[in-house]
Design a protein around this ligand. Structure first.
Ligand code: SF4
Length: 295
């Protein structure tokens, strides 16, 4: 046998592509399953409302959750919910056609938030922040009215990292977008099952699956400049040092309060005090007063 005959046959291109897609699907299911388990995102009997915008992220979320549901160790229901915000040119039939084809339970909320946003925001200014707030309000209200126990959103690993830097650079806070969250009014549990998934994988998955994507720029608005700036920074870092975003994402799950500087998270005052004696009043330090020592 010639040495070449002993080598494994190289699969034809289409087979290789199929093999890659299969691997990608498996990786996504694994990462989503791990996030669900790590954060206790879904319990037996949950009614999960999957917010579907028509973008690649939420299509991927719904698709992977439906696959996991079939083999899940718990029983839960899935309802896909979209908010038709009445932007001009929104192709109303796309999502219902797709969802009917899947045979999944779904609902389209119709609420003209577009008119509100265009009325309130001066021309030329970015509308996304108010638009997202109104969208969130409409979706949360629907979830409450219909007894959904979990609201699933399509934010992914790169969104979590970008939000962390937005808060760091522009709000001087070490805080991000958590994989599981109780809404401020305590009424909703929000879950982000794509928290471990790379955006690039979602892009590839959405393309392979041929999701009927509806662009989120029909209104002509732009992402805010700060978010754009952070995205550019992260992309440049990733190009320069591949794997850096993953390293940062891992760091978000490995926090050492004693190695930071927030006395609310770690009791620095009690650290290393001898014999438990009371510390002098902070005001004495601030005023530079001499500590009254016992002689
Ligand atoms: S691009 Fe338009 S529809 Fe999308 S979030 Fe911004 S304002 Fe809303």
């Amino acid at each position: 046998m010639s040495p070449l005959q002993s080598l494994p046959a190289i699969p034809p291109r289409a087979d290789r592509q199929l093999h890659e897609q299969h691997k990608l699907g498996k990786r996504l299911r694994h990462q989503v399953g791990r996030a669900i388990a790590d954060f206790g995102m879904i319990e037996d009997g949950d009614k999960v409302m999957v917010c579907l915008s028509g973008g690649k992220d939420s299509y991927t979320l719904l698709d992977v959750l439906l696959q996991l549901q079939k083999k899940a160790p718990v029983d839960f229901s899935i309802t896909a919910v979209n908010l038709d915000q009445k932007q001009p040119g929104f192709p109303e039939h796309v999502l219902p056609d797709y969802l009917r084809g899947l045979g999944v339970d779904f609902h389209i909320i119709e609420q003209d938030t577009y008119s509100v946003v265009t009325r309130v925001i001066p021309e030329g200014k970015t509308m996304c922040s108010l638009c997202s707030r109104l969208r969130r309000g409409a979706l949360y209200t629907y979830a409450e009215q219909h007894g959904f126990t979990k609201i699933a959103l399509g934010h992914h690993r790169d969104d979590l990292v970008a939000t962390f830097f937005l808060n760091l650079f522009f709000h001087a806070k070490l805080s991000g977008m958590p994989p599981k969250l109780l809404s401020d009014d305590g009424k909703h549990v929000v879950i982000r099952p794509l928290a471990y998934v790379r955006e690039a994988d979602i892009e590839a998955y959405a393309q392979a699956k041929g999701f009927p994507i509806i662009p989120c720029n029909l209104c002509g608005s732009q992402d805010n400049l700060q978010r754009k700036q952070v995205k550019r920074m992260l992309q440049a870092w990733e190009q320069e040092s591949p794997g850096r975003i993953e390293t940062i994402a891992r760091a978000l799950g490995d926090i050492r309060p004693s190695q930071l500087s927030d006395p609310k998270l770690f009791d620095f005052l009690a650290l290393g005090t001898r014999d438990g004696s009371a510390l002098p009043d902070a005001h004495a330090w601030l005023g530079g007063e001499t500590h009254d020592r016992a002689t």
